[in-house]
Write a protein that binds this ligand. Structure first.
Ligand SMILES: C[S@@+](CC[C@H](N)C(=O)[O-])C[C@H]1O[C@@H](n2cnc3c(N)ncnc32)[C@H](O)[C@@H]1O
Length: 268
């Protein structure tokens, strides 16, 4: 029996991506079903924890790049996950204290922890929206979002490890296109996505295990991930394994060690 405390609205009998991810990166906001599915994934792909950690490290690098080199001062982070320091605003505001961040997630456990995301530095601002990527129009029109971000000025859109949680039938490309169309020239989008082509058998195996456990998980091939960027201009080196995107320090011995595609693009 699962005797762990869970906030209202959370069905702890089903595994959930945010809590499995929290488990892999060493957090405490996960339940028995999340850990069981997390371990099943790890049996298929022993490097799954490294994948989660490398994905998170990409988020750190890309927020530093966008704030530092690209001069972005406002972020829209959809699929925020359970807060884990440093969060987007902590990284960005360390470089530019006036940075504003709108966080979006649809998981009740992320909502429970949202206060940790609202502790902005005094010059900047953060907001949390309990909203769904499948309804991008609602996100863009949300009064809390429009009170925090100026959509006439460049935005850094983060879609980090979220798009694989949407089935093809939900047309994630169309949902992303709606967001890209709404952002002004000079905006950036950063995406990571588990790659089927790194190891089709293992990645296919975790997708099947996830589906059997009631979760949608769709690893995709590089071309399908590249389509999310539409006609935006890819920042060098393009769509590459996550460990190969602007590595810091010694370049990784095996950049294919984490099965995630990643890329960053700018609206012309
Ligand atoms: C694997 S976590 C990634 C967390 C964070 N972006 C990172 O990379 O460290 C994916 C997050 O996306 C959220 N998510 C999944 N589908 C979503 C949807 N349709 N709308 C909003 N959030 C969603 C999940 O609740 C979860 O918190």
């Amino acid at each position: 029996m699962d005797v762990e405390w869970a906030p209202p609205g959370i069905d702890t009998s089903l595994p959930h991506s945010a809590r499995m991810y929290d488990y892999w990166i060493g957090g405490k906001d996960n339940f028995a079903a999340d850990r069981a599915m997390g371990d099943a994934f790890a049996a298929a792909i022993p490097s799954i924890r490294t994948m989660a950690q490398e994905n998170r490290a990409f988020m750190h690098r890309v927020v530093r790049y966008l704030t530092g080199e690209a001069g972005i001062r406002q972020f829209l982070d959809i699929g925020t996950g359970i807060p884990t320091r440093p969060n987007v605003h902590e990284i960005a505001q360390a470089i530019a204290p006036q940075t504003r961040v709108a966080y979006v997630d649809h998981d009740p456990i992320v909502l429970v922890h949202a206060r940790a995301l609202m502790v902005s530095g005094t010059e900047g601002e953060t907001v949390y929206l309990d909203a769904d990527l499948r309804e991008p129009g609602k996100i863009l029109a949300d009064p809390d979002l429009t009170a925090t971000l100026d959509l006439e000025r460049p935005v850094g859109l983060l879609l980090i490890a979220i798009l694989m949680l949407m089935a093809d039938e939900d047309d994630p490309w169309e949902k992303v296109a709606t967001l890209l169309d709404a952002l002004p020239s000079g905006s950036y989008v950063a995406i990571t996505h588990p790659g089927l082509d790194f190891d089709p058998e293992a990645m296919g195996g975790i997708a099947t295990a996830a589906n059997q456990g009631g979760m949608t998980l769709v690893p995709r091939v590089r071309d399908d991930v590249a389509r999310f960027f539409a006609d935006w201009e890819l920042v060098e080196p393009g769509v590459v394994p996550v460990m190969a995107w602007h590595p810091e320090g010694t370049p990784p011995a095996d950049p294919n060690g984490a099965y995630y595609w990643s890329g960053v693009a700018r609206k012309r």
